[in-house]
Design a binder for this molecule. Sequence first.
Ligand code: NAD
Length: 344
Amino acid sequence: MASRIVILPGDGIGPEISAAARELLDRLGPFQLEERMVGGTSIDAHGTALTGEVLDSCRNSDAVLLAAVGGPKWDAAVAADPAAPRPEQGLLGLRKGLGLFANLRPVRPSRALLDASPLKRDRIEGTDLLVVRELTGGIYFGDSGRDGDSAHDDCAYTVGEIERIARVGFRSARRGVTSVDKANVLETSRLWRETVSRVHEEEFAGVALDHLLVDNAAMQLVSRPTRFDVILTENLFGDILSDEAAMLTGSLGMLPSASIGASGPGLFEPVHGSAPDIAGTGRANPLAMFGSVALMLRHGLGMESAAAGVESAIDRALEDGLRTADLGGEATTEDATRAVLANL
Ligand code: NAD
């Protein structure tokens, strides 16, 4: 049976890079592809960023491939009425509805793009790391509120939440795991460190483990990125560190991500947003979307050799000189798609 993939193009450049991804999938298939609405497009059609029907369809799939959501139109609606539906609610609804507690972001600058990074080539050459971020706990999901001129956002973690993400981190390690926390200040971080150490001792003693404070980790990510293999961290720190790590590659248009749960379909998507400033111009870089297809093949469908094939086709196209506008070139989405397909 061909795997069932739900494609959620979303907003802005989403439909353009999704069409490119379909061309890639058609070459790798057969797959059963089903396209559905999410984000602002779904708000316009149904008044909500994610309908129950679309969520059910995702639940019944083997993997979900999402492009991006959001745009100024819906931002303006929320500015006028804070209770108006927001495109991002579609993403949160998917994460929650599919039980996606782990976010994986590989950062491996392509050799051809080493000079596009804001960091010097000799600093980043050889970087090949994976940020494993806890996605459904911590300060983003704690109680929050305002009382007069004060506001609060509570951060909470349970042992169970830390154990399950720690296992994802250890299983993903090739050279070792660096667990990042703020254990010198935060109680949740002390629980994090204790729990990660125990899971390591009991289940993954053969994997190297070290602990770093988040401020030190932020510094080392730019001073010595090659020292890292897996960076395992909680939701807020992971949000910030993964965007910092993203800059090592030189462009947000290059980075894919995977979100997975204990079982069931994972969600695979580029890290970048819907780029409304270039939507409809045919200039979107589809490579992060193609990288997301590779992660879907690897982590969602167990098709490792097809995943590696897509990644090396991307690398070879870049080595042949492919550069979209965000990389300082003139190639269109269409040119980039042709170049990658030609190297597949
Ligand atoms: P963005 O990532 O959309 O764009 C930032 C800059 O990078 C823009 O100049 C854009 O043109 C460029 N860019 C991004 N992806 C590109 C690509 N594939 N090819 C070429 N250039 C690319 O971030 P933003 O401008 O802060 O946000 C725009 C909208 O996207 C907002 O509504 C925001 O809420 C939403 N957003 C969605 C997601 C998501 O769907 N996961 C993530 C971030 C932002």
